[in-house]
Ligand binder design. Structure first.
Ligand code: AMP
Ligand code: MG
Length: 465
């Protein structure tokens, strides 16, 4: 059946200052790797055409473009980034009435490629595919994966030549904090205003003006980061260009899920100082919102009053994060109505897990099936905690929907990539099946619950994506 994508593009109607129009660069021999039929159906897409998802054919109704943005990378402002290896094909309005971007990632160079080749290799493409779809099934706001296609072309990375691939990403939008920063830093106030109006209409229609938008983004980002913490997710590159206005997780680069719990855990090989360590993520989310505030203040006439209001909005965020964290972790230990007084009980469990290297996912999942104790060395300390916990725990059912039985573990993802490079997609398919229902694991997948053996541990994930 011929492919039909019901494009309904809005970003492409904004002025030229926001993007560069260009087509994806064709690839040598496109071969399908993965196709998300359920998502396609939700988006009203019918048929299939690998040539489109490789970038070899531009589909009817598309308005291909590379978006402009800037951003703070590891705390330092980079005045121009932009889609260096991605092309927005256009937007569709799904069956749920929500507008979504359809973007090719790894689709060739753009004016924003700087030193990059505009390409992606198969490993990070499949990692993003699995991780983003797993996050969706876990109930965490995220971009989605529609397709992955092998290009038949080698991509040169530190490890040597690797097989190239293109990911088709679906997002509520690709508006980032960095999209606002570029116009604010350049003093392009008209563009900043246009962008703000566009973002409010598209994502936060209830927001009143620039500071209303700031407050709305703070709220969705606070919820997002609390959701990450609750499933042990480490984003790895929380730069302001990887921080969305919609509140979706975006850019699965050197991301990872915790095995054994440690709040200081870092996997990204480029994060030398641990800026984006697991436990730092709430603080960084607030820092990122301060950058958005700095940009949006420029639209306010009374700067002094705006600074005061924006400061109050950003300062409210730690409280929002804390409340969302307590609600989620309270549910994880079976509390119907977690209160501030319950926080020490949760923190005590996390401290015991950290001291004993207990597995994050399996400890919480083990609270309801009684196996949590097995993961501790100091069982006396765990028993003392569990005695207090049993007295307080009043909603055991809350635990089954708050504690996944599986998450995409780093070693399983690495093994899946190794197999895919060798032409075997069976481990990918198996992971996708198991991760589709993480709170209700089907029979036959129990092996995927196991933490890595010592020789399977993945110490670092690489940015050489
Ligand atoms: P990321 O760390 O993936 O969020 O990327 C940061 C910036 O680098 C973005 O502007 C990307 O488009 C750009 N970039 C990353 N990898 C490449 C590549 N292989 N070729 C061109 N640009 C890239
Ligand atoms: Mg990025």
């Amino acid at each position: 059946m011929t492919l039909h994508i019901p494009f309904d593009n809005s970003y492409a109607t904004l002025p030229d200052a926001f993007y560069t129009r260009l087509n994806p660069t064709p690839v040598r021999s496109a071969e399908p790797l993965a196709w998300n039929a359920a998502l396609a159906e939700d988006l009203g897409i019918t048929g299939q055409d690998t040539a489109v998802f490789a970038g070899n054919t531009v589909p009817d109704g598309a308005a291909p473009l590379a978006q402009l943005y800037a951003g703070h990378q590891f705390g330092n402002y980079n005045p121009q980034l932009g889609d260096g290896r991605a092309i927005l094909l256009g937007e569709v309005v799904g069956r749920d009435g929500l507008r979504r971007d359809i973007q090719l990632k790894g689709s060739g160079p753009t004016p924003y490629s700087r030193m990059g080749d505009g390409r992606a290799w198969l490993g990070p493409v499949l990692r993003e595919y699995v991780a983003s779809e797993a996050m969706h099934a876990l109930g965490v706001p995220t971009t989605r994966a529609l397709a992955a296609v092998a290009t038949g072309e080698p991509v040169l990375r530190e490890q040597g030549p690797l097989p190239g691939a293109v990911l088709t990403r679906v997002a509520a939008s690709h508006l980032r904090v960095g999209t606002f920063q570029i116009f604010a830093h350049r003093g392009h106030i008209d563009e900043l205003r246009t962008l703000t109006d566009y973002a409010i209409a598209r994502h936060h229609p209830e927001a009143d003006g620039p500071l209303g938008l700031l407050a709305a983004v703070c709220r969705v980002q606070a919820e997002l980061v609390a959701a990450w913490m609750s499933v042990g997710f480490i984003h790895g590159v929380m730069n302001t260009d990887n921080c969305t206005i919609s509140g979706e997780t975006i850019d699965y680069g050197p991301c990872a899920f915790l095995d054994d719990y440690h709040e200081g855990r870092v996997f990204s090989s480029i994060d030398q100082t641990g800026r984006y360590a697991f436990g730092n993520q709430p603080r960084i989310a607030v820092w990122n919102m301060a950058q958005l505030a700095t940009a949006l203040i420029q639209l306010c006439d009374d700067k002094e009053a705006a600074v005061e209001q924006a400061t109050a909005i950003v300062h409210a965020m730690p409280g929002q994060l804390q409340a969302a964290w307590l609600r989620r972790f309270g549910a994880k230990i079976g509390l119907a109505d977690p209160r501030a007084e319950d926080q020490p009980l949760i923190e005590e469990l996390l401290a015991l897990m950290q001291a004993d290297g207990a597995d994050f996912t399996n400890t919480f999942a083990g609270l309801h099936d009684g196996t949590a104790r097995d993961g501790f060395k100091d069982t006396d300390a765990f028993d003392a905690w569990a005695a207090k916990w049993r007295v307080r725990m009043d909603a055991p059912d809350a635990m089954t929907t708050a504690n996944p039985q599986i998450i995409p573990r780093n070693h399983q993802i690495e093994a899946m990539i190794t197999a895919a490079v060798a032409g075997d997609m069976a481990p990918f398919e198996r992971l996708m099946t198991a991760l589709a229902t993480p709170y209700d694991l089907p029979d036959g997948f129990d092996d995927l619950r196991a933490p890595p053996q010592p020789d399977e541990v993945v110490p670092a994930t690489f940015c050489g994506t």
